[in-house]
Design a protein around this ligand. Sequence first.
Ligand code: ATR
Length: 279
Amino acid sequence: MTSSHPRACVIGWPVGHSRSPLIHKYWLKQHNIEGDYVQQNIAPANLADFMRDFTQNGFIGANITVPHKQAVLNLLDETDDLARRLGAVNTVYVRSSRLFGTNTDGEGFLNHLKQTIAGWRSQGAVVVLGAGGAARAIIGALLDDGVEQIHVVNRTLAHAEEIAALFGQRCHPMPWRHMADAFPNAGLLVNATSLGMHNQPPLQIDLDRLGTDAVVADIVYVPLATDLLKTASTNGLAIVDGLGMLLHQAVPGFQSWFGVRPEITPELHELIVRDLDEN
Ligand code: ATR
């Protein structure tokens, strides 16, 4: 492959765990596009240099992952309102040699939710567990979609209060130990913490006070069937897994870099599930 082929990358530290190359290489092949998508393991101290030389090194775009989502914000020529509001960028694209940053995490979550639960519309309040970057993106997307009330439940209440200050009166900070008080009126419960993930502490939660129509979503996708989702299923509740958010957040990036809006096919889903199982 020559260097004239469009090339995108995922930038992280470490970046080896990222499934983004699998996703984008699948789409490149599916659409017969002569391009490439590679991993870039970039230490925080080297991020500014990397972004300065980005286009010179032949890149047309990037996904940004942990721990660079905040830091990259100030290394780009332009960012959109959403990225600035969230204080985080997950997708970079190049236009006329200028670097633009946006954030597709929230859109990814919402699109996956609406695809999994056909015709999903917010009914009642939403309970979001967590107040980190992922929670912010999800809360922003839900508010933009018209959700009227979000209880932001977090171990460190001050972080939930920061979110309420950022997004306004529709967000209600709530201490972790009181979360179940918000359950009876909740139409959607989202785990946006790392609890329940492989090698992380479990998410200990009692879902009994959730209504029978509530939907339970998890952003954790290793394992795909988290204890939270298993319990919700056992209780007869509809569930939304975390892998879909990863797949859906990738769609707008691929489209802006390679000019084709890709599909999340069952085959792609299966490819990622198999890779997660094996590694
Ligand atoms: P990300 O950007 O992926 O969302 P993050 O910014 O580190 O990651 O946020 C992680 C979230 O998981 C936070 O809401 C964190 O709670 P704190 O704000 O109190 O740190 C939450 N979290 C992580 N470990 C936790 C634990 N053991 N118990 C409860 N919440 C936890």
